[in-house]
Design a protein around this ligand. Sequence first.
Ligand SMILES: Nc1ncnc2c1ncn2[C@@H]1O[C@H](COP(=O)(O)OP(=O)(O)OP(=O)(O)O)[C@@H](O)[C@H]1O
Ligand SMILES: [Mg+2]
Length: 261
Amino acid sequence: MTQSLAQLETPADLADYTWPEIVPPKDDTLLASRQLCKVIGTNLSNQSLVLKGLDLDIHRGEFVSIVGASGSGKSSLLYLLGGLDRPTHGEISINNQPLSTMPDATLTAVRNQTVGFVFQFHFLLPEFTSLENIMIPMQKMGVRSRRECSDHAAELLTTVGLGDKAHRRTTDLSGGEQQRVAIARALANDPDILLADEPTGNLDKHNSQNVARLFEEIAAQGQRTILMVTHDPHMAEHAHRIITLDDGRIVEDHRHTKKAL
Ligand SMILES: Nc1ncnc2c1ncn2[C@@H]1O[C@H](COP(=O)(O)OP(=O)(O)OP(=O)(O)O)[C@@H](O)[C@H]1O
Ligand SMILES: [Mg+2]
């Protein structure tokens, strides 16, 4: 019999555990999880409980780093919070809208309007230019005209310091430049939330610093909330708050004063 959350270790424990009633997040919470659990694996022999009842509240304008050992559940958490995956148990809400009750099509629409993703491997389309890569998600939304998409994409490229490389194919950019295009693309639809999974995992120190600086600038504008998964303690320290995961649980969550770059 699983008596307490601390005893929750395996998918079988999940079936045994009696959960208390979910306490909803406060009205001003942008992104929240309650009792968040995720079982990963396709069959009983390889299934594991990778997130073990996480409660988390993120507020508008916060810049949060998520750190922890490899396999601690950082990417799983990020994908769930961004609505790319669904929890096994528990609830996620964005702007106080619970995601669990949303049909897939509604979830996709909320995600497209609210969340921008930056991945470790940028997944830019090599046959297109920087500008076109940023225009594509905007055109998919169908809100802006082609001209407006192009103008906004050019502005975003200027923001990430690549105004002069708009018409370069992304294969003709350096790794750091490609990652900055990916960040601009994540901002294309003006998301409230920017989620980044190891955005500097493939970059050298100089380019990592550039990306860190860019995130700091975005955070300083106060409009966007940033959650960044990183292995790199120097990167993590650019955030205002650092959450540490260990084996699917939050073991530390502290605010800190940023170091100057
Ligand atoms: N497709 C899968 N099948 C089985 N287990 C998986 C699968 N994907 C992830 N896992 C397991 O889930 C756990 C959490 O993985 P996750 O990718 O969230 O960790 P992480 O903290 O992001 O690690 P890293 O720092 O290496 O990226 C790990 O133990 C991993 O082995
Ligand atoms: Mg990961």
